[in-house]
Write a protein that binds this ligand. Sequence first.
Ligand SMILES: Cc1cc2nc3c(=O)[nH]c(=O)nc-3n(C[C@H](O)[C@H](O)[C@H](O)COP(=O)(O)O)c2cc1C
Length: 416
Amino acid sequence: MKRLDDYRLKLGDLELVPLVIGGMGVDISTTELALEAARLGGIGHISDAMLPAVADRRFRTRFVAKKLERHKLHLPNPDKSAVQFDLDELAEATRLHVGYTMERKRGPGLIFINCMEKLTMNNPRETLRVRLRAALDAGIDGITLSAGLHLGSFNLIADHPRFRDAKLGIIVSSVRALNLFLKRSARLKRHPDYIVVEGPLAGGHLGFGPDWREHDLKTIVAEVLQFLRSEGLAIPVIPAGGIFTGTDAVEYLEMGAAAVQVATRFTVTLECGLPDDVKQEYFRAGEEDIEVNLLSPTGYPMRMLKHCPAVGSKTRPHCEAYGYLLDGSGRCAYLEAYHGAIENGGIDGARSLEKICLCTHMRKFQCWTCGHTTYRLKDTTRRLADGSYQLLTAEHVFRDYQFSTDHRIALPEPEA
Ligand SMILES: Cc1cc2nc3c(=O)[nH]c(=O)nc-3n(C[C@H](O)[C@H](O)[C@H](O)COP(=O)(O)O)c2cc1C
């Protein structure tokens, strides 16, 4: 019976445990979680979502306060086009977080940064350029371009000294998206070093429409592998979404995948950034508590626990402080829903809004996005005398993926 550890992910000259912990914004996939993956010989991700806010919490900087101070005169104004990020501050926040993480890296594995391109930040091209370049400057091993993938992103860093040495990957959910991207990267003679293929059971935003139920990961992975073979391309393929046991992972490696990317099982580890009481919500969740909805202002479906504080909240927009989802002309679907409600008789009278303020609620860990398999987390640990669930270490979960067979899940040692 094969175990995940019988395989290795080959990236350039490196041979790695074929397990990638996916990026989870905002600071859910922490430095500490990524460091554990690297120490154990796999790949960990930090996330570049809302890094100025993350840096303030971690390094006592004042990026958010300074941005709010500069733009507070726009608070009552629905037009946020003037609410721009200071690009030097954005670069500094990215360098701080990435530098802090990379200085602490030990062991044979790698640390990548997950960069969601749908964080358009009121100036999509320039803010993305700064985020990517600052991460490379600060020594990140690789960048995974995700959600909202833009075909021109490689161009933004093509003249960076690390463009060909850093590992660059993309997340796609279809052959169509992959094909378009590869056509553009061929022009730069720089294909991605790996391709994460994310299916409909993943956490966070989904790369599918409301018909996500009609898709399944195995079929898409088979299509991607076939497409790459037909193009004569040997790029490692990394499936993600719903891979819950080491045996699930082995099934993909047997198909020809190079590694797997997982996240949900790590949301209940000590190293994960979610507050402990939220980790207990993830453990307690039943299948009926998990929904895919269209509440995200990005327009993409998003999976979350439906009783989380973000759902139904009518908070004032905080674009002067945050503003990560403002498009290039200062618009965001939450802003429109909020001001629309005010015009239609006041925010208190509105039963609910069509969208949620993702910036505010992700910042406070109040939007409990999760993978489809979250309802199975309770089976991965022990129940404590007070009824709560024992948190796991990242090492325990990592090694369980690495060495388990027959879909078995190892329980942690009982707490002393
Ligand atoms: C809590 C949570 C937050 C996530 N946030 C992001 C994100 O910010 N960017 C992203 O590309 N993927 C995000 N994902 C997706 C994961 O990186 C990963 O690809 C996917 O969840 C793997 O499936 P699994 O959770 O079933 O193991 C998130 C997943 C979870 C569970």
